[in-house]
Design a protein around this ligand. Structure first.
Ligand SMILES: Cc1cc2nc3c(=O)[nH]c(=O)nc-3n(C[C@H](O)[C@H](O)[C@H](O)COP(=O)(O)OP(=O)(O)OC[C@H]3O[C@@H](n4cnc5c(N)ncnc54)[C@H](O)[C@@H]3O)c2cc1C
Length: 378
């Protein structure tokens, strides 16, 4: 199974390929965290200026209003070109586009798309990751026109570079669980917000803790109405979980090709178990790609339809982790000894796939209860 395209789609793909040949960046391995953030921002800008972002977003908010399939072509070609993926903050835009007021959409979406304003996603808290509804960060209405926010977020990616945060905070009582949560947009330079980057074992400081101490937020910064926060979050997460972005599969196919070339180069007959594992990865990638294409043509994933995206995420996590484990085993000690070898960092990052955007266990629970209709555990 593969993609069948009409003339316009095919022309679009050809034009994009040509653009990527001249514009896809190769980032140096040894970038500092700040340099990497700048590289990501420059790539965001470059994609936007090239006219490749917001393909399916409405024209009035800076998008191109094209059918969802164009987004697939973009992701697919980025993957084949070995280019960095498109900026992930687009998921936040989906939440704002679906729940924001007309004024908010006009004000926030164009600059989010262009990358002029950088965003972070303030959902997780210590004690409220998988169980997001247990969050304790509070937004208390000070008067009719504003809220006061107090609390502590964690694992907030790129918060140290963000201008704006899409924040979830409790506006109801803890017993209300997910019904008592609201979503706000908050400028990160508001008095009372402090950001503390977390240094990981790899040395990277991708995530931060973010503290909110009596932060004043106008009521007009509420996305949707009070209590809509859970729906906003689930909309964003369902887009985040889905690699309906064929880009993942084209990236894996390119990786399989490289591994195959490496295996042929080594030409060692006693590598049977490695050949076997390569073949298993090949089958997994094809299953993922076929499932993704099937989903695209059935309209399930690109509309971010909640529970179906959990299947995609699980498949993609398995493929990615198996491919990187295989790569590491094939390279022996080299990635551990050579500082310029990027494989070790990529291998570590593949481990995060089963955590970010909701852990694999949680995806299994969603599939069991919402797709298979099994009872919730007691
Ligand atoms: C690379 C990366 C980027 C991230 N970026 C962001 C970000 O920008 N913003 C943000 O808000 N968060 C971000 N996160 C945080 C992420 O969403 C959470 O780590 C994730 O939801 C898991 O929550 P937790 O870490 O609190 O783990 P826990 O919820 O404490 O889970 C610990 C373990 O218990 C298991 N478990 C928990 N509950 C159940 C259950 N009911 N059934 C079965 N098993 C269960 C989990 O699967 C896991 O194995 C990021 C995480 C990563 C890895």
């Amino acid at each position: 199974m593969d993609l069948i395209e009409n003339q316009e789609e095919n022309d679009f793909r050809r034009e994009l390929k040509e653009w990527l040949r001249n514009n896809a960046p190769v980032w140096p391995q040894s970038q500092t965290e700040d340099e990497l953030a700048e590289s990501k921002a420059a790539w965001h800008r470059n994609l936007y200026d090239g006219g490749w972002l917001g393909l399916t977003w409405p024209i009035e908010y800076g998008g191109k209003g094209l059918p969802p399939y164009y987004e697939c072509i973009l992701n697919d070609e980025l993957g084949y070109a070995g280019a960095p993926p498109k900026p992930y903050v687009g998921y936040l835009g989906r939440g704002i586009a679906e729940y924001g007021s007309e004024d908010q959409k006009k004000e926030l979406l164009p600059s989010l798309l262009s990358g002029d304003v950088r965003w972070c996603q303030g959902f997780s808290e210590p004690g409220a990751g998988s169980d997001l509804a247990a969050m304790r960060t509070r937004a208390t209405a000070s008067d009719v026109s504003s809220y006061r926010v107090d609390g502590h977020k964690i694992w907030t990616s790129d918060a140290q570079y963000a201008d704006m945060c899409l924040l979830l905070a409790r506006t109801g009582s803890p017993e209300d669980r997910h019904r008592g949560i609201s979503a706000f947009v908050i400028p990160m330079d508001n008095p009372g917000i402090s950001v503390a980057p977390i240094t990981q074992a790899s040395g990277s400081k991708e995530f931060c803790e973010v503290f909110f101490d009596a932060v004043e937020v106008p009521s007009s910064n509420l996305i949707g109405t009070e209590g809509d926060g859970w729906s906003v979050a689930m909309t964003i997460l369902s887009y985040e979980r889905t690699p309906a972005e064929l880009g993942f599969t084209s990236r894996y196919i390119s990786m399989l090709d490289r591994l195959e070339a490496r295996l042929r180069e080594r030409n060692t007959e006693h590598d049977q178990s490695i050949y076997q594992r390569w073949a298993e990865c090949y089958v997994e990638v094809q299953v993922l790609r076929n499932y993704t294409i099937w989903s695209i043509f059935n309209g399930a994933l690109l509309t971010g339809e909640g529970a179906w995206s959990s299947i995609d995420k699980l498949l993609m996590t398995s493929v990615e982790q198996n491919l990187y484990r295989l790569s590491m085993d094939m390279e022996g000690a080299a990635p551990l000894l050579d500082c310029d070898n990027s494989l070790l960092g990529e291998y570590f990052y593949s481990r995060a796939q089963s955590i970010m955007g909701g852990t694999s266990e949680i995806q299994h629970n969603i599939i069991a209860t919402r797709l298979l209709g099994l009872p919730k555990s007691v």
